[in-house]
Design a protein around this ligand. Structure first.
Ligand code: NI
Length: 170
C-alpha cells in the first residue's frame, strides 16, 4: 500500500479532463483501490477520484461513515436518475483551504461496477448523494469551484494558493 500525492486545481491536466473507463478488473486495480483508500484517509477526505491523484480513469472511492470504516469504490459510474436541487457547501482535496457552494441534486441513483466488475445500483440522498455527484463530476473533469462565477472562482483559487504556500513553509 502506498500514499499517492494529491494534485491541485490547475496544477495538473488530468484533473480537468474526462477520465477513461476501467476495462481490466485485475490485481493492479485492487492495488490502486487500496492506495486510494489509504490516500483518502490520510488526507481526511470522504471521497477521492482517480484524476485527483493524476490517473485519468473512471474510478472513485468514498467513505462517509463517522468511524471511517465503510469504504467502497465506484467504477465507471453513471447517474441514471436524479431529482430535486439544493445548494451545498463542500470542500475538495484538490482545492484545499476553501469551501464553495454549488447546486446539487437532492436524490441520485448511480449505476457503477465494484472492484470485481459486478454492476450495482445505489440510491442516495443527503451527504452520500452530494458525495457521489462530487466524485462523478471529478471523472468528467469538473470540480466544485467550476460551478462558481468567474470572480468567485478567482477568489477561491487565490485562497487555495495562499493555503498551499503556507503549508509549504511548515
Ligand atoms: Ni473533490
Amino acid at each position: 500500500m502506498a500514499l499517492i500525492p494529491i494534485v491541485y486545481y490547475s496544477h495538473h491536466p488530468t484533473l480537468h479532463k474526462v477520465a477513461q473507463p476501467i476495462t481490466h478488473f485485475d490485481e493492479a486495480l485492487l492495488t490502486l483501490i487500496q492506495d486510494m483508500y489509504e490516500t483518502m484517509y490520510a488526507a481526511d477526505g470522504c471521497g477521492l477520484a482517480a484524476p485527483q491523484i493524476g490517473i485519468a480513469k473512471r474510478i472513485a472511492v468514498i467513505d462517509i461513515s463517522d468511524k471511517k470504516n465503510k469504504p467502497f469504490c465506484i467504477i465507471n459510474p453513471e447517474i441514471i436518475e436524479k431529482t430535486g436541487m439544493e445548494l451545498m457547501s463542500a470542500g475538495c482535496l484538490s482545492v484545499p483551504g476553501t469551501y464553495t457552494t454549488g447546486p446539487r441534486a437532492t436524490y441520485v441513483k448511480v449505476r457503477a461496477q465494484d472492484e470485481t466488475g459486478k454492476v450495482f445500483e445505489l440510491a442516495a440522498t443527503g451527504l452520500l448523494s452530494h458525495c457521489l455527484q462530487h466524485e462523478i463530476d471529478h471523472l468528467l473533469g469538473k470540480l466544485n469551484i467550476d460551478y462558481l462565477s468567474p470572480l468567485k472562482k478567482q477568489i477561491s483559487l487565490k485562497k487555495m494558493e495562499k493555503f498551499l504556500r503556507r503549508n509549504e513553509k511548515d
